[in-house]
Write a new protein. Structure first.
Length: 1170
C-alpha cells in the first residue's frame, strides 16, 4: 500500500503508522468527511484472524460513546483484504504514560469513571471486551479525561458461540480475569471489571498485579494469588477507593461489581465518601505482624496436551479418555488441589501445615508420578519453594521454578523411553517422559526415589519398593563429644602463649551447625575449671551488624569493660574510666578511656581535651588514636595476666576489628595473648589472607565421628537408643552436630522415620511443632537478628498491651530450647534473649511474609533508635528493609561519616554507596557523594572512578561547602594521577576564587596543596606559590593557626623551601613547626610527614646519616596514609642511602617504589624506582 492509494473510493492513504502479525494501520484521508482516519487493513487469511477482524467491525458499529474509538466504515479492498476505518486519534496509549510514573488519585478516578461508562454501553448490549489493558486505553491529547477504549477484536457478543480452540488463551496475561485464566468458555461483564481493577492497580502503584517470566506462572498467579491492597503500596489512596479496587479484583466474580455501570456508581460513591486527608492516618498503617507465614510448598505441573498427528503411522491410545475430573481426583488422593489453565496446562498445589519438607516432597513426588502415569502424553514438572500461607491456596516461588523447568523441557526432544511400559491399545512402546524436578526437591527426596541428573536438570524416574551437651538437649546436659583433638590443640596453643610468652592466634572454621561455638565454650569452661589466671574477653556480632566498623571489637570491649548493662551515658563513661584505671598508667588513663569510648559508641566530651577534638576533625588521626588506645589497654592487661580474646562469627565481623587484632598480634608479639576466632569458611572470602603474616593456625572442624555421634545419641536417649535407631540417626546427621541434635529430638518425640535432611527442612520441622502463636513471636524476634528484647518483640506484635502475652511465649520458647535468656542486656531494664542456634533464627526469619518483613524492620528500626542503638549500620539496615529509604540513607550517611572519621576509607565508601542506593533527599545525597569522593581518593586503584561522583556533588552542592570541597579534592586527585595538567590548573583557579565554609577547610587545604605539588612538578613554582598564599589567607581569615590545614601548609612549605628555593635551613624551621603542631594534637600521620620532610632537608644540608636514620625509622602506615603521595618516603630513603654509598640498602626502597608504581599505574613512581 503506497501513499496516494485510494481504498473503497473514499480513503486516501497518507502514511504507514504501525504494523503487526495480522495487518497494518495507516493514516488516511476520508474524502467524504475531510477528516483523517485510522485505517486497519488485514493481511492474514486465517479463519480466526478474519473472524476477529469482522467481530471488531461489528462491535464498533454498534457502539457509540465518547469513551470508545468511533467507527467509520468497514469492508474489503479491491485486493479482497478486509479493512476497518476508525476515527484518527492524537495522543498516547496509557501504557506509554505509565512509563513516566503513576497517576494521581484524581486521575485514576477520572479514568475509572470514563472507562467504566464506556464499558457500560457495551455490557448493556451483551458485549464483553475481554482484553482490557493499558495498551488498549488511548489518552487523546495525553489527557486522562479523554481516554478511549480500543481493540474489540476478541470481544464476546451475547449469545455468540465460541470458536476458540482448546488451549487457546484469550486475553492478555497479567490483566485477564481468573475465569479467563482457567479457560472457561463463557465469561461475562465481571471479567472486564476484573481487568479494569488490575489496570487501576497498575496506575496507582506502578507495579503489575501479576508478574512472571512465563505464561504458565502468570496464569497460575491470577488463579491462586491475591492482589495486594493498594494502600499497602501507596499510602495516599483513600480507603474507599482501595476497598473498591479490592472488590474489582476478587477471585470470585460474584464479589465484584456487576458491570461497567456498577463500577461507575461505586467509583462515584468512593470518591464522594469522607477522606482522612491525602495521607493515611498512623492508625491506617499496619502496626503488627500478621498471623500469615511462609512455608515450603510443592507444585506439580502438567504441560499442554500435544496436538494429535493424524498422519502418524501409530497413534498413542493409552488412556485415551482421561478426563479433567479423573486427573483432579487423582491429585486429591495425594492431598493436592488441581486447576486447569487456559493454555491447557494444569497445576497441582500441595501444602500441609505440620509436615516436614521431606514429607511434603515425598507426597508431591508420588502425586507427580501418578499423574504422569495417567497423562502419558504430557510433560510433568515438580518444584518446591516457599510461599505465603493464608486462607487461599499459595503458589509463591515454586510456580516460577516449575515454569522455568517446563520452558526448558518442552521441545527438548529428550523424552526418555521407560522400559516395560506398553500401550494397552497398540503393541508399540510408549515414550514416557520422566518427571522433571528442581534441585530443592531432589535434595529432599530420599533413596527410595530414583533421581537421575541430566543435562536438563534432575529427573524423577520412579519410586522403588522398600524392603523389609552446660548445653542441654531435651532438658539434659550433654558432653562435648568428638572434639578432644581440637581441645588439645587449643590447650597447647594457650600453654605456649603463656610459657613463652608470645601472642598466638587460632581460627576455627566450619559450616553452620558443626559446633564451633560449643568448642569455644568448652575451651573457656576448661580454663575456668582449672582456675587458670587467664582473662577471657568475648566478642560476638550478628548478621545485621556484618561489616559495621568496630562492631566486633566494640562488643569485645563492652564485655571487658562491663558497660553493656549500665543506664545513663555518664554511668557508662564512669565504668570505662574505672576499668581502664585498674591497669593503665595514670598519665595515659584519660586518653585511653576517651578513645575506647569512641570504639564502643560512648563518646566523651571534647571541649577540654584537644587531642580528642583534633581527632574528630581528621580521619587518619582518629584511626591512629583508636589503635593506640586499644594497644595500650591490651598491653597493660597482658602485662598483668594472660588474655584470651574469643571472637565469635568472625565472618560477620568488620575490617577495622581485623586490623586492630592484627596490630595487637604484631605489636604485642612478646605478650601472653591468645586470639581464638570462630567463623564459617566464607571468612576467607570476606577477609582474604586473614592475619597471614602473624603465623595464624587454622583448625577446620570436621564432621563428628561415628563414635562421637553414637555417644551423644546414647547419652540423651538412653534406653530408647536401639541399634537400628542409632544407625539411622548417625547416617542422616552425616556428622553435623546440629542436625544430629535435631534428629535426636525428633526421635524422642516419636515422629517416625521420615525426617528432614536439609537445613531448611530441619529448621521448619523443628519450628512447625511449636504453637502458631509461639512461631509468630519467634518470627518477630528473628527480625532483630540473633538477639532480641522482650519489649522489642512486643513492639512488633501490637505494643505495650501485648507485653504479658509476649513474656509468656518467650519464656515458653526458652523452655522449648529455642531461645536462651541472657543475664545481661545491651539496653537498660530490657530482658535480652538470643537464638539457641543461628539456623533456628534464620529458619524463623525465612517464614516471615514479605509484608511482615517490611513492617517488622520498620518497627524494629524505630524501637532500636528510641532505645539508644548507637550503630548506624544496624538502624540503616532495618529502615532500608522496612522501606523507609530516606531514613535509611540518613543512617548510612552517619555510618559513612563514622568510618571516614577513623580512616576506614573502604568501609566509608561502601556505606556511602549503600546510602546513595536508597535515594535520599538532595542534602543527604550530596553528603554521601562527598564522603564517597574523599574515601575513593585515598584508595589506590580507585582514583579515576571518582570523576562522575565528583562532578555530580560539585553540581548539586553549594560552592565551598564540605561536599563540594570533597568533590573538588577527588576531581583534582584524579586529574593529578591521570597527568591531566590542564584540569589541575583549572581546579586551582576555581579554588583560589572560592570562599570555603569553615567546616570545609580540611579538604580545601588538601586540594590546594595537591595543586601546588602538581605545579611544582611542572616547574611552575610561581603559580604554586600563589596557591600556597591563598591557603594562608584562608587560614588567617578563620584565625586558626592550630588547624590541620595550617600544619599541612607548613609541611608543604618545608618541602618547597628546601627543594625549589634551595634553602634547607628555612625549610627545617617550617618542618619543626609542623612537627610541633602535629605532636600537640597527636596526629601521627602528620608527625611522620613532618619527619619525612625533616629527613629530606637534613640530607640537603649534608647530614646524610642522620637523615637516613630518621627516614628509615618512619612507620609504614605513613605510606598508605599519604595516598597519592605515599611513594615519597621510599623515594627519599633510596636517594639518601645511595648518597651514602649503601647501594644494596637503597635497592629495597627503590624496588618497592617501582613495584608500587606498576601496581597502581603510576608511571612517575615506576620511573623513579627504576
Amino acid at each position: 500500500m503506497r501513499r496516494g492509494n485510494v481504498i473503497a473510493g473514499r480513503f486516501t492513504i497518507e502514511r504507514l503508522v504501525g504494523s503487526g502479525g495480522m495487518g497494518k494501520v495507516y493514516r488516511a484521508h476520508d474524502q467524504g468527511s475531510g477528516e483523517p482516519v485510522a485505517l486497519k487493513i488485514l493481511h492474514t487469511t486465517g479463519l480466526d484472524a478474519s473472524e476477529r477482524f469482522a467481530r471488531e467491525a461489528v462491535v464498533l458499529s454498534e457502539l457509540n460513546h465518547p469513551g470508545i474509538v468511533r467507527y467509520i466504515a468497514h469492508g474489503e479492498t479491491d485486493a479482497a483484504e478486509s479493512y476497518l476505518a476508525m476515527e484518527w486519534l492524537e495522543g498516547e496509549e496509557l501504557s506509554e504514560r505509565l512509563k513516566r510514573g503513576v497517576l494521581s488519585v484524581d486521575e485514576v478516578v477520572t479514568l475509572a469513571k470514563r472507562v467504566g461508562d464506556a464499558l457500560a454501553v457495551a455490557h448493556v448490549r451483551g458485549i464483553v471486551h475481554r482484553d482490557l489493558k493499558p495498551s488498549n486505553l488511548f489518552l487523546v491529547g495525553r489527557d486522562v479525561a479523554r481516554v478511549k477504549v480500543l481493540d474489540f477484536g476478541i470481544a464476546r457478543l451475547g449469545g455468540a458461540t465460541t470458536m476458540t480452540q482448546p488451549g487457546t488463551v484469550l486475553g492478555t496475561p497479567g490483566y485477564m480475569a481468573p475465569e479467563q485464566a482457567r479457560g472457561q468458555s463463557r465469561v461475562d461483564a465481571k471479567a472486564d471489571v476484573f481487568s479494569l481493577g488490575v489496570v487501576l492497580f497498575r496506575c496507582l502503584t506502578g507495579t503489575p498485579a501479576f508478574s512472571g517470566d512465563h505464561l504458565m506462572a502468570v496464569l497460575a498467579k491470577i488463579i491462586f494469588q491475591e492482589v495486594p491492597r493498594v494502600r499497602e503500596l501507596r499510602g495516599d489512596v483513600p480507603a474507599a477507593l482501595d476497598a473498591l479496587i479490592s472488590r474489582m479484583v476478587a477471585k470470585d466474580p460474584e464479589q465484584r461489581p456487576a458491570d461497567g455501570s456498577a463500577v461507575v456508581e461505586a467509583v462515584s460513591a468512593a470518591h464522594a465518601s469522607p477522606v482522612d486527608g491525602t495521607q493515611p492516618s498512623p492508625g491506617a498503617l499496619p502496626s503488627t505482624l500478621t498471623v500469615n507465614e511462609r512455608r515450603v510448598l510443592s507444585v506439580v505441573v502438567l504441560g499442554q496436551k500435544p496436538p494429535i498427528d493424524r498422519s502418524a503411522p501409530t497413534l498413542c491410545m493409552a488412556h485415551p479418555s482421561i478426563s479433567q475430573d479423573r486427573l483432579r481426583a487423582e491429585a486429591e488422593t495425594h492431598g493436592g488441589n488441581l486447576e486447569f489453565l487456559a493454555d491447557g496446562e494444569a497445576i497441582v498445589t500441595l501444602l500441609r501445615t505440620g509436615q516436614t519438607a521431606t514429607d511434603q516432597a515425598i507426597q508431591a513426588a508420588r502425586c507427580a508420578l501418578a499423574l504422569r502415569d495417567l497423562a502419558l502424553d504430557r510433560t510433568v514438572v515438580l518444584a518446591t519453594g516457599h510461599a505465603e500461607v493464608t486462607d487461599d491456596i499459595p503458589v509463591g516461588e515454586a510456580i516460577d521454578r516449575a515454569a522455568q523447568i517446563m520452558a526448558k523441557r518442552v521441545g527438548s526432544d529428550q523424552a526418555t523411553l521407560l522400559p516395560g511400559e506398553l500401550s494397552s491399545v497398540t503393541p508399540v512402546a510408549i515414550s514416557i517422559a520422566p518427571v522433571a524436578i528442581d534441585d530443592v526437591t531432589a535434595a529432599l527426596l530420599d533413596a527410595r526415589f530414583e533421581v537421575v541428573e541430566t543435562e536438563l536438570g534432575p529427573e524423577l524416574r520412579s519410586e522403588h519398593k522398600i524392603a523389609e551437651g552446660v548445653r542441654t538437649l531435651l532438658g539434659k546436659p550433654t558432653a562435648c563429644v568428638g572434639r578432644d583433638r581440637e581441645l588439645a590443640m587449643l590447650d597447647s596453643v594457650l600453654a605456649e602463649s603463656i610459657d613463652e610468652p608470645a601472642a598466638r592466634a587460632v581460627v576455627v572454621t566450619a559450616p553452620a551447625g558443626m559446633g564451633k561455638s560449643r568448642l569455644a565454650y568448652e575451651f573457656a569452661h576448661r580454663i575456668r575449671q582449672r582456675a587458670m589466671a587467664v582473662e577471657i574477653w568475648i566478642g560476638r556480632v550478628d548478621s545485621l551488624r556484618a561489616g559495621s566498623s568496630f562492631s566486633l571489637l566494640g562488643q569485645l570491649l563492652e564485655s571487658m569493660l562491663h558497660v553493656q548493662s549500665l543506664g545513663s551515658m555518664d554511668e557508662r563513661r564512669l565504668q570505662i574510666q574505672s576499668r581502664v584505671a585498674e591497669r593503665v598508667p595514670a598519665a595515659e588513663q584519660r586518653r585511653v578511656a576517651e578513645f575506647l569510648g569512641e570504639i564502643v559508641g560512648i563518646p566523651f566530651p571534647d571541649n577540654e581535651h584537644p587531642p580528642l577534638l583534633a581527632a574528630r576533625q581528621d580521619a587518619q588521626l582518629m584511626s591512629e588514636q583508636l589503635r593506640r588506645a586499644w594497644l595500650d589497654l591490651l598491653r597493660a592487661e597482658t602485662g598483668a595476666h594472660p588474655v584470651l580474646l574469643v571472637l565469635e562469627d568472625l565472618h560477620w565481623g568488620d575490617l577495622s576489628t581485623v586490623r586492630f587484632i592484627d596490630a595487637a598480634l604484631r605489636e604485642l608479639r612478646d605478650q601472653p595473648l591468645m586470639v581464638l576466632a570462630m567463623a564459617r569458611p566464607e571468612v576467607h572470602d570476606v577477609f582474604p589472607k586473614l592475619w597471614a603474616e602473624r603465623n595464624v593456625q587454622e583448625i577446620r572442624l570436621k564432621e563428628l565421628s561415628r563414635k562421637a555421634s553414637e555417644r551423644l545419641v546414647q547419652q540423651v536417649l538412653g534406653e530408647q537408643a536401639g541399634a537400628e535407631l542409632v544407625e539411622r540417626l548417625i547416617k542422616q546427621a552425616d556428622g553435623n552436630a546440629f542436625y544430629l541434635e535435631e534428629l535426636i529430638r525428633a526421635a524422642a518425640e516419636r515422629r517416625g522415620e521420615l525426617l528432614p535432611e536439609t537445613v531448611i527442612a530441619m529448621v521448619e520441622a523443628r519450628l512447625s511443632r511449636l504453637d502458631a502463636e509461639a512461631r509468630r513471636v519467634l518470627r518477630a524476634a528473628s527480625v532483630f537478628g540473633e538477639v532480641c528484647w522482650e519489649t522489642s518483640v512486643a513492639a512488633l506484635l501490637g505494643g505495650g498491651e501485648r507485653s504479658m502475652f509476649v513474656r509468656d511465649w518467650l519464656t515458653k520458647l526458652v523452655e522449648e530450647e529455642v531461645l536462651v535468656a541472657r543475664t545481661n542486656s545491651r539496653f537498660p531494664h530490657e530482658r535480652e534473649f538470643a537464638s539457641r542456634h543461628a539456623l533456628l533464627r534464620e529458619g524463623a526469619y525465612a517464614m516471615l511474609t514479605e509484608k511482615d518483613k517490611k513492617l517488622g524492620h520498620r518497627i524494629a528500626g524505630e524501637w532500636l533508635h528510641e532505645h539508644g542503638e548507637t550503630d548506624p549500620m544496624v538502624l540503616a539496615g532495618h529502615f532500608e528493609r522496612g522501606g523507609e529509604l530516606s531514613r535509611a540513607a540518613e543512617f548510612y550517611l552517619r555510618a559513612a561519616e563514622q568510618a571516614n572519621s577513623i580512616g576506614d576509607a573502604g568501609s566509608a565508601a561502601d556505606r556511602a554507596r549503600l546510602g546513595l542506593a536508597c535515594s535520599g533527599p538532595k542534602e543527604i545525597r550530596a553528603a554521601l557523594l562527598g564522603i564517597l569522593c574523599e574515601a575513593l581518593t585515598w584508595t589506590p586503584h580507585m582514583w579515576n572512578t571518582t570523576i562522575p561522583h565528583a562532578e555530580e556533588v560539585m553540581r548539586i552542592s553549594p560552592r565551598g561547602s564540605v561536599p563540594w570541597a570533597q568533590g573538588a579534592f577527588a576531581k583534582m586527585g584524579a586529574a593529578f594521577i591521570g597527568d591531566r595538567f590542564d584540569e589541575v590548573l583549572a581546579m586551582g583557579q576555581v579554588l583560589q576564587e572560592t570562599d570555603p565554609y569553615k567546616e570545609a577547610l580540611g579538604p580545601i587545604a588538601l586540594t590546594l596543596l595537591s595543586v601546588t605539588s602538581a605545579l611544582d612538578i611542572r616547574g611552575q613554582i610561581r603559580q604554586g606559590s600563589a596557591c600556597m598564599a591563598r591557603l594562608a589567607d584562608i587560614v588567617d581569615s578563620f584565625g586558626d593557626k592550630s588547624s590541620l590545614a595550617w600544619i599541612w601548609w607548613n609541611t608543604m612549605s618545608a618541602l618547597r623551601t628546601g627543594v625549589a628555593r634551595e634553602d634547607p635551613w628555612a625549610a627545617l624551621d617550617h618542618a619543626n613547626l609542623s612537627l610541633s603542631l602535629a605532636k600537640s594534637v597527636n596526629h601521627e600521620l602528620l608527625v611522620g610527614s613532618s619527619q619525612m620532610v625533616q629527613g629530606l632537608n637534613l640530607w640537603f644540608l649534608g647530614a646524610s646519616q642522620e637523615a637516613e636514620r630518621l627516614l628509615s625509622g618512619l612507620a609504614e602506615f605513613v605510606d598508605t596514609g599519604l595516598a597519592v603521595h605515599c611513594a615519597f618516603r621510599r623515594f627519599s630513603t633510596a636517594w639518601v642511602r645511595a648518597d651514602l654509598g649503601a647501594l644494596d640498602d637503597a635497592h629495597l626502597p627503590a624496588t618497592e617504589l617501582r613495584d608500587f608504581g606498576i601496581e597502581h599505574h603510576l608511571p612517575l613512581d615506576e620511573g623513579r624506582g627504576c
